[in-house]
Design a protein around this ligand. Structure first.
Ligand code: NAD
Length: 264
């Protein structure tokens, strides 16, 4: 199978770093014209330059916009009216006990992790249906299924993404548009690396030790027994964004190293 996305325009939200950046690189390598997004122009410009260098000859541009606000999504859609592949990746996490999570955190998590994808799907999906081809992918998490007690608000937003994704897929009946979600497990993105570095410092361990301990202690059912790389997640996303994945729709696809122990 050779994945060829030439002629398709892909938007990856939150792609200046981490999993989103790896997805942008994967899609660009498959020939898509890729639009990078982040909140600041400086980081977007740097990410575009890095991708252009990593994938010579690729078509990469950037739009700076905060997708956690209605105004940010509006300005993004004004700058980029049509996309064929929408990857709702931007997301935040923060371990915090339930009794310490104020309303403001619940709202912020919903705005970034849920409403960004809601607003952008509402803006871009009608064009996909009209053109009779499109891909929408929500980057959820295994935390959507195994709600982590140390960040129930995060888990809740990730479950909400599965509901939205499945609901939108129901609207694609008989078309060549698909809507799916991908569920990564612990993945060594920039955001997570900072988190693991802090853990290592707190416990007087090396970063490698802290990462191994995290998986052993907090994700004991992991079959992978390590953090995934961002590329391992991006590979799944590139496939599900491809023409070849035409028979997979409304699915929650796991790339979580076998942490979730149920079969379906
Ligand atoms: P990260 O923090 O490394 O990168 C997130 C990117 O999103 C950054 O470029 C950041 O600038 C951008 N971003 C954040 N808020 C934004 C906003 N409001 N508007 C535009 N851009 C914004 O994160 P990551 O670990 O790569 O996570 C990416 C996605 O994968 C998230 O949805 C996360 O929930 C999900 N995920 C991550 C893991 C993991 O272990 N890394 C596991 C499961 C799911």
């Amino acid at each position: 199978m050779k994945i060829d996305l030439s002629g398709k325009t892909a938007l990856v939200t939150g792609s200046t770093a981490g999993i989103g950046h790896a997805i942008a690189k994967g899609l660009a390598s498959a020939g898509a014209s890729v639009v990078v997004n982040g909140r600041t122009q400086g980081k977007v410009d740097a990410a575009v330059a890095a991708l252009a260098k990593a994938v010579p000859g690729s078509k990469v541009r950037g739009v700076a916009a905060d997708v956690s606000t209605g105004a940010g999504c509006k300005s993004l859609v004004a700058a980029l009216p049509d996309v064929d592949i929408l990857i709702n990746n931007a997301g935040i996490f923060e371990p915090k006990g339930f009794f310490d999570i104020p309303d403001e955190d619940w709202s912020r998590f919903f705005e970034v992790n849920v409403m960004s994808g809601v607003r952008l799907s509402r803006a871009y999906m009608p064009g996909m249906l009209k053109r009779n081809w499109g891909r929408i992918v929500f980057i959820s998490s295994e935390s959507a299924l195994n709600i982590p007690k140390e960040m129930i608000h995060y888990g809740t937003t990730k479950t909400a993404q599965l509901a939205i994704s499945r609901g939108l897929a129901e609207m694609t009946r008989g078309t060549a548009v698909t809507v799916n979600s991908v569920l990564p497990g612990p993945t060594m993105s920039e955001g997570v690396e900072t988190f693991v570095r802090d853990l290592a410092k707190q416990n007087g361990q090396s970063v490698e030790e802290a990462a191994a301990n995290f998986v052993k202690q907090h994700r004991p059912t992991s079959l992978l027994q390590r953090f995934a790389s961002v590329e391992e997640i991006a590979n799944m996303v590139v496939y599900i964004s491809s023409k070849e994945a035409s028979a997979t729709n409304g699915a929650a696809l796991r790339a979580e190293g076998g942490i979730v122990q149920t079969i379906a």
